[in-house]
Write a protein that binds this ligand. Structure first.
Ligand SMILES: *[C@@H]1O[C@H](CO)[C@@H](O)[C@H](O)[C@H]1NC(C)=O
Ligand SMILES: *[C@@H]1O[C@H](CO)[C@@H](O)[C@H](O)[C@H]1NC(C)=O
Ligand SMILES: *[C@@H]1O[C@H](CO)[C@@H](O)[C@H](O)[C@H]1NC(C)=O
Length: 181
């Protein structure tokens, strides 16, 4: 009799352990990744002056602080909108740093965020990281994480230069993000 009770209580302990394991497993599986695609435009003003949204911060001593000079660090805070016109409804900002990281001045490392302030994603961010040839019309960077509605995000963004007006140092970009989260 004693052995029998012992056996059945052991059995119950094992059963409970299994049930706990399966319920943890089931909970982890609840989070199905979904794919979200977003498109927007950002406006980059590189002129020196009160309206500049980007500029070089520092570079090697004795060298020009330019985007095509190895070692130059830029910071940017560009408005991001739904459409290509600067007056189009706001999506947020594209904020970060760009560093010219190849000796030949071609590749820029980007570390930045899409910072949303529109109604749908207000307060959420998408983190962008990577390196690409900054002279290509289309650049591609990784999405490493996100916050708010984009927690656990992974994926990629492309940004594409659509026009440049040298008279006011204004560049218009389209950004597309494809993320799973
Ligand atoms: C800065 O932007 C304001 C508002 O758009 C504009 O009135 C002003 O002329 C601009 N200043 C310069 C130096 O571009
Ligand atoms: C976004 O959130 C901020 C702070 O909570 C709030 O002040 C602002 O009105 C919100 N904007 C939109 C478009 O909902
Ligand atoms: C970005 O998305 C738009 C449509 O939303 C598409 O027309 C365009 O080709 C895309 N750009 C890139 C570089 O994939």
């Amino acid at each position: 009799m004693a052995t029998k009770i012992n056996f059945s209580s052991k059995f119950i302990v094992i059963l409970v352990i299994f049930m706990v394991m399966f319920s943890i497993q089931a909970k982890a599986d609840d989070h199905q990744l979904r794919e979200t695609r977003l498109s927007g435009y950002f406006h980059d003003y590189s002129s020196v002056g009160p309206n500049a949204t980007t500029g070089p911060v520092v570079g090697f001593p004795g060298k020009l602080w330019r985007y095509d000079q190895f070692g130059t660090i830029y910071v940017f805070d560009d408005p991001m909108t739904e459409g290509p016109e600067p007056t189009s409804p706001k999506l947020g900002r594209v904020q970060g740093i760009a560093v010219t990281v190849s000796l030949n001045g071609l590749n820029a490392h980007i570390s930045g965020s899409l910072v949303f302030t529109n109604e749908a994603y207000n307060g959420s961010t998408i983190q962008i990281l990577g390196v690409d040839n900054q002279f290509n019309v289309i650049g591609e960077y990784g999405v490493t994480s996100g916050t708010g509605k984009f927690r656990y995000a992974t994926g990629y963004v492309t940004w594409e230069i659509l026009s440049f007006d040298p008279s006011i140092s204004y560049a218009l970009f389209r950004v597309n993000a494809t993320i799973r989260h």
